[in-house]
Design a protein around this ligand. Structure first.
Ligand code: NI
Length: 139
């Protein structure tokens, strides 16, 4: 055990991506009734807040090397989703690319790199009026 103070630290990222809402198992009419205009491909400028937590390293004064966090999220998430068609990504095969499912996909991409003990929350903003938080399957 350690007496080091603990904290959470959040870094913000941005990516632009296209999607449409469509359930393959539903006929066109059902999709259009439920999702309306969201069945038409369109884009969003997403904001992604990745929060890690843990003891503050007494030497660096940080929960995580912020340059390392930036590199990991950049390579793992931003490079993959920026200017991408989310419906074409294997992560969304059989999963509607809603903000909820994007948050889960981001979590699933990051947890092997950051560790479940360090990754605390993924917050995905579709626009300034809508965000989703995900804290893993056990939260
Ligand atoms: Ni949309």
């Amino acid at each position: 055990m350690t007496d080091e103070p603990r904290a959470s630290s959040t870094r913000r990222f941005a990516f632009s991506a296209a999607h449409r809402y469509w359930v393959d198992e539903w006929p066109r009419g059902e999709n259009e009734r439920f999702f309306g205009r969201l069945t038409v491909p369109h884009g969003h400028n997403y904001t992604l807040d990745v929060t890690v937590r843990g003891p503050i390293d007494p030497q660096t004064g940080m929960v995580i090397d912020l340059a390392e966090l930036k590199r990991i999220v950049g390579e793992t998430v931003v490079d993959r989703f920026d200017h991408a068609d989310l419906n074409a990504d294997a992560l969304f095969r059989g999963r509607v690319p809603t903000t909820e499912n994007i948050a889960i996909a981001v979590w699933d991409l990051l947890v092997p790199k950051l560790g479940a003990d360090r990754l605390w929350q993924v917050r995905v903003w579709e626009d300034p009026t809508l965000f989703v938080d995900y804290r893993g399957p056990d939260a």
